[in-house]
Write a protein that binds this ligand. Structure first.
Ligand code: F6P
Length: 326
């Protein structure tokens, strides 16, 4: 692979607030450094079906504040097959794209790793997911905005929970990671968080009851991470109905509202820094790494490491939730 003259950029997997800020940053940093930029629509699907357009600086004007992704996104089945990836490679060559910048989560970076290996294509990944479950970066693009959405919703639920003296189980996203649930619980002053990371260690409902989580309070809010491991909010509400019928229980599933909205300052800054760093990395000759930020420093994390390693969650924070909810 010779010198890089043209890059392709795509967003893949679940959208996340801040992806547009990242598209803007990558596009402008690339043009600033003399590169040509091509926007690839609908994630890897657009690479397979050749939905590709040249991006000038103006194409990314006025998008830093927008949620979603102007490039659209998809979870692409074809790209998981060798034939699909071959078609993607041929389109890439036809369009004169020398390197790819992929903004997405775990699945998107896995696709990039395989593609890079098969066709010797330089790929750089940016962590874009509300789940915050990528190893090698303190936070992922979209996570902070989703957290803020959660606490805004929980503040409102608290009003009605208090009026009716009810116990609410509020389910948040995260796939199999508890970052949104745990930090959402701290930020919203919830009485407890139920997270997949300890679901095999303890019966979290029994713990709550044992710790007298309701004590002097006239309402309680428990944030539950979605996951087969926790069983989700409905599972706990059913259990309480059967095992502790004295509680008046309700469930709120926040769902995709967590994926939308204008990105917070944190996510815009993160996306802008990561986007600019992606171009620096390519120019420095970096290949097949995810760009992260750890302790305020840009870091390059090999795809294999970012995908394989489970990002550790600080379980001690559960004690904070418990201590502060007495
Ligand atoms: O990975 C982001 C995420 O929002 C997860 O938290 C959630 O489990 C999943 O995507 C939902 O996916 P979909 O939008 O395809 O239903």
């Amino acid at each position: 692979m010779g010198a890089i003259k043209c890059i392709g950029i795509l967003t893949s997997g679940g959208d996340a607030p801040g992806m547009n800020a990242a598209i803007r940053a990558v596009t402008r940093a690339a043009i600033y450094n003399g590169l040509l930029v091509k926007g690839i629509y609908r994630g890897y699907k657009g690479l397979v079906t050749d939905e590709i357009t040249e991006f000038k600086s103006q194409n990314v004007s006025n998008i830093i504040q927008l949620g979603g992704t102007i490039l659209k996104t998809a979870r692409c089945k074809e790209f998981t097959t060798p034939e699909g990836r071959q078609a993607a490679y041929e389109n890439m060559k036809k369009e004169g794209i020398d390197a790819l910048i992929i903004i997405g989560g775990d699945g998107s970076l896995t696709g990039a790793r395989i593609f890079a290996q098969e066709f010797d294509v330089p790929c750089i990944g940016l962590p874009g997911t509300i789940d915050n479950d990528l190893y090698g970066t303190d936070t992922t693009i979209g996570y902070d905005t989703a957290l803020n959405t959660i606490l805004e919703a929980v503040d409102k639920i608290r009003d009605t929970a208090t009026s009716h003296e009810r116990l609410f189980f509020v389910e948040v996203m995260g796939r199999d990671a508890g970052f949104l649930a745990l930090n959402g619980a701290i930020a919203s002053g919830a009485e407890a968080a139920i997270i997949p990371e300890i679901s095999t260690e303890v019966d979290q409902l029994e713990e709550l009851i044992k710790n007298g989580f309701r004590k002097s309070k006239n309402s309680s809010i428990v944030i539950v991470a979605e996951s087969e491991l926790t069983g989700g909010a409905m599972h706990y509400a059913e259990r309480v109905k059967n095992e502790y019928p004295e509680y008046d229980v309700r469930v709120t599933i926040l769902g995709h509202v967590q994926r939308g909205g204008s990105p917070t300052a944190h996510d815009r800054i993160l996306a802008s820094r990561l986007g600019a760093a992606a171009i620096d990395a390519l120019m420095e000759g970096q290949r097949n790494v995810m760009i992260g930020i750890e302790n305020d420093e840009v870091v390059y994390v090999p795809f294999t490491k970012a995908i394989k390693n489970e990002k550790p969650i600080n379980k001690e924070l559960l004690n904070i939730v418990r201590e502060l909810s007495i």
